[in-house]
Ligand binder design. Sequence first.
Ligand code: PMP
Ligand code: GLU
Length: 399
Amino acid sequence: MTVQLAKRLKSIKPSATLSLNAKAKALAAKGADVVSFATGEPDFDTPKHIKDAAIAALNAGFTKYTATGGIPELKAAICKKLQRENKLEFTPEQVLVSDGAKHSLYNLFQALLSPGDEVVIFAPYWVSYPDMVLLADGKPVLVETNEADGYAPDPGELRKALSPRTRAVVINSPCNPTGAVLSRAALSGVAEVLKGHDCLIVTDDIYERLLYVSTPFENLANVEPSLAPRTVVVNGFSKAFSMTGWRLGYAAGPKELISAMQMIQDQSTSNASSFSQKGALAALEGPTTALDEMVAEFKVRRDLIVAGLNKIPGIRCRNPEGAFYVFPNIEALIGRSYKGKPIGGSVQLSEILLEDFLVAAVPGEPFGAEGHLRFSFATSRANIEKGLERIGKLVAALS
Ligand code: PMP
Ligand code: GLU
């Protein structure tokens, strides 16, 4: 029999970040000396006090189903965190704990969208936003932002993209893939437009703690409190606490939406892992020394990679204010020839880099920004130096 897959799969594609990561890992498993800038995860271990809390939970037999939406103490701690760090008020019934921020976003779009409903997404965007919208039968509406403006959205362009079908606008600052942090002025520009349009605001704050600027983190609801009642904050433990494998994230927002998301979770995945939730509780309540050390090290690495990339002719790299990605412009390399064949775009450049120079970097195209490559600097300084040398060799080999 031929398996007939659901029609909705026709519009989506595999995650470019995860596939490149898998490809780099497979090459490394075969013994290749791959320098991977592909991974969107900290290379630091999960802090000990978090692991100890999960181990204690396991040893105490905390290994059963929990309430679908999360254990009450974790939901309460999330509310306290949102109050303390983000100056946002939520009650536990406005919080849903899921298997990662990715799962929270998936639940959100499933709960929100009817066929043809639109979601505004700023490009460059994280690869999964458009596909998650498509999986919910929604329509991603892309609004370009550019490097020259520090990737701040143009309010006029945003206004043009809004329609009566717009159900949500997604904001991700610090941004994956650009590392750009939206300033108060940039957020105010967006807020002014959204004040006049009745839609939800999804603020994906997963990189909020990874900042290399002294201005404290702010999201749209901080800048324009009147929008807070229709804002959903999405966040998780993966990036700030090096807990990518624990699969734990959350959403906080309007009660009706959170209940609908919880119903979807009830009928699909149930609760997030019981002992991961105990670890997350320790993460929120424990010391942040490990986080501070990690951010200080990321800053050194950012400076190293930005300076190194800018020394390579044909590559122009902006200094990101947050996250752990650089997103250099490689337009000057497109069209040049490698082994007698012209390079067609970022996908091809990424393939050559991996296959012939053993450097993994994600092409810009799946982030909605051709002419770029994304490098994660969540890897050692030694790897960054080795990778830069190899990229230099590739560029030197172009004619
Ligand atoms: N949002 C953004 C912008 C991301 O880069 C990621 C990738 N990890 C996520 C959400 C999801 O993270 P997780 O599911 O590991 O919490
Ligand atoms: N978000 C990270 C990245 O962009 C992890 C992989 C993923 O879920 O996309 O690399």
